[in-house]
Write a protein that binds this ligand. Structure first.
Ligand code: DC
Length: 225
């Protein structure tokens, strides 16, 4: 049986690491919803769209096409046909993505696309509102948490690994600021779905976390590929 697995949680809690690993084990699609909000943000910044102006936002959204491809085994984000995987992870985008993703018109457009990706089920999607708004009927909902310093160090390592220059304090500040905006916005705030299972992975290795999640996914009807 193909199920939907929704993974939500604060910034840099290891959601995408877990989602990618689960998708690989189950041979499911991986949906990186954060990458979509990041790609919209990049478009707004590059095209000088004033995102405080609803008319400008609506017009710009009609020019934005986002899709994913696997390149060298990695899930890669394309914006209007261009590979933007590296740029969307930059601090420039991280600094604007929370206010952009709080805009209802932006959310409506992205949620529609995310729900289309899940029509066949067999998907692991991570984000902030996946279990609450995008796939409220997901068979498995996980909510990840971790200590802020551990999260900062993980993000720092990830950025450095991708060759992106980043300052530890700056990253920590950005993570906490995004958590605050993402949890307090009025449209689809980040919150734990009532039927979500919480995993605090501060002290868990990637393998331990995967084993735990996989065991639950199999109990919920998923089958290893
Ligand atoms: O997962 P991420 O850090 O790449 O997400 C970037 C931002 O996008 C995050 O700060 C909030 C927003 N986001 C959202 O509002 N809803 C989602 N489902 C996923 C991400």
């Amino acid at each position: 049986m193909s199920i939907i697995i929704a993974i939500d949680g604060f910034s840099s809690c290891g959601k995408s690491t877990l989602a990618k690993a689960l998708a690989k084990k189950l041979d499911y699609l991986y949906g990186d919803s954060g990458a979509m909000y990041r790609a919209v943000t990049l478009y707004f910044l590059d095209n000088l769209v004033n995102y405080h102006e609803p008319a400008e936002v609506e017009a710009a959204l009609t020019h934005i096409q986002i899709h994913f491809e696997r390149l060298n085994g990695e899930n890669t984000t394309f914006l209007n046909g261009q590979n933007v995987e590296k740029e969307i992870r930059s601090m420039r985008v991280s600094e604007h993505v929370s206010p952009v993703s709080a805009i209802p018109a932006v959310r409506r457009a992205m949620v529609r696309q995310q729900q289309r990706m899940g029509e066949q089920r067999g998907i692991v999607m991570d984000g902030r509102d996946i279990g609450t708004v995008v796939f409220p009927d997901a068979e498995l909902k996980l909510f990840l948490t971790a200590d802020p310093d551990v999260r900062t160090s993980r993000r720092h390592l990830e950025l450095v690994g991708k060759g992106i220059d980043a300052d530890w304090d700056n990253i920590r500040h950005n993570l906490l600021e995004r958590d605050h905006i993402d949890s307090t916005r009025s449209d689809s705030p980040l919150r734990q779905a009532e039927d979500a299972l919480v995993i605090d992975n501060t002290l868990l290795s990637e393998t331990e976390q995967l084993d735990r999640a996989l065991e639950i996914a199999l109990k919920r009807g998923a089958e290893v590929a």
